[in-house]
Design a protein around this ligand. Structure first.
Ligand code: G3H
Ligand code: 13P
Ligand code: ZN
Length: 328
């Protein structure tokens, strides 16, 4: 059944676990997430980005998620809108049946220019007011996602700042977080701790100076009742990078957020963990390998099935590692 983010994260907090929120763009991703959730008896969060909406179209995404609800009636599913650029975007999702929306007021509506604190409070508060009326949950964001190594937002994916970000912008301030939650009444708060979207997060396996898990602890100590959200939380599996390279791809040396660090975050109030890139890497690796190994095949179902299986393995591993397996 469809449930709101708030219902799911309240339950997660009670039982001290986290839940991956996977981005979905097509049927294969929805299949893979649901097969994994079903296999380990986990609730699921599926989220649609602006990029996903322009790729598939909002009705297709919504109906794919609704198809999952119909096929897996025993699994609680949250249908979440990722990174809303402005209140109007969130309003459309609320009206069309999403059970949760993210208002990303850390950036202006162009999704490139870092916003002022007042702007962020104002747009987020507006969305909370609208969402309450519709029984929908709201995630806000305070701080800008981006690399503490370079000060850059990371891959250009329509949801990252442009230009150089300061240390202050890259790390959410605990005092400001407390004020933000009080003023906006968001159900969940995305925080900035040095992660960025995409595959190019860290040039070396991250240590505390470039991945500030310590900051999560400070924020959680200040606002222990607020559900925290980690964005840019793909782990960038080295085994999939290797397969991609082996079969003609060229992604280069890069590192993600280790699952162990996410688990440390979950011990300190992180309840929702956004993962998109890992499924993209697994799908790309599996399709490259399948096509290379089956040169005579021209049936897309064959290589798409391989991609579904690869993504399912990642989903299942995250459900188990984040502690939500067994909690459907
Ligand atoms: O927010 C970032 C997600 O990875 C979505 O990216 O806009 O390319 O779908 P996208
Ligand atoms: P990744 O690019 O690390 O998968 O992050 C996805 C995300 O934060 C979507 O909002
Ligand atoms: Zn994000």
């Amino acid at each position: 059944a469809l449930i709101t983010l708030r219902q799911l994260l309240d339950y997660a907090a009670e039982h001290s676990f986290g839940i991956p929120a996977f981005n979905v763009n097509n049927m294969e991703q929805v299949h893979s997430i649901m097969q994994a959730a079903d296999a380990v008896d986990s609730p699921a969060i599926m989220q649609a980005s602006a990029g996903a909406r322009s790729y598939a179209g909002e009705p297709f995404l919504r109906h794919l998620i609704e198809a999952a609800v119909e096929q897996y009636p025993h699994i609680p599913i949250c249908m979440h809108q990722d990174h809303g650029a402005e209140p109007a975007v969130c309003l459309r999702s609320i009206q069309s049946g999403f059970t949760s929306v993210m208002m990303d007021g850390s950036l202006m509506a162009d999704m490139k220019t870092p916003s002022s604190y007042e702007y962020n409070v104002n747009v987020t508060r507006q969305v909370v007011d609208m969402a309450r009326a519709g029984g929908v949950s709201v995630e806000g964001e305070l701080g800008c996602l981006g690399s503490l190594e370079t000060g850059m937002a990371g891959e250009e994916d329509g949801s990252g700042a442009e230009g150089q970000l300061s240390h202050d912008q890259l790390l959410t301030n605990p005092e400001e977080a407390a004020d933000f939650v009080k003023k906006t009444k968001v159900d969940a708060l995305a925080i900035a701790i040095g992660t960025s979207h995409g595959a190019y997060k860290f040039t070396r396996p991250p240590t505390g100076d470039i991945l500030a898990i310590g900051r999560i602890k400070e924020i959680h100590a200040r606002i222990p009742d607020t559900h925290l959200v980690m964005h840019g939380s793909s782990s960038v599996p080295q085994d999939w990078l290797k397969i991609i390279h082996e079969f003609g791809g060229d992604i280069g040396e890069t590192y993600g957020v280790p699952v162990k660090e996410i688990q440390e975050g979950i011990r300190h109030g992180v309840r929702k963990v956004n993962v998109d890139t890992d499924l993209r890497l697994a799908a790309t690796g599996a399709i490259r390998k399948n096509l290379a190994e089956n040169p005579k095949n021209f049936d897309p179902r064959k290589y798409l099935k391989a991609s579904t299986a690869a993504m399912k393995d990642i989903c299942q591993a995250r459900f188990e590692a984040f502690g939500c397996a067994g909690h459907a």
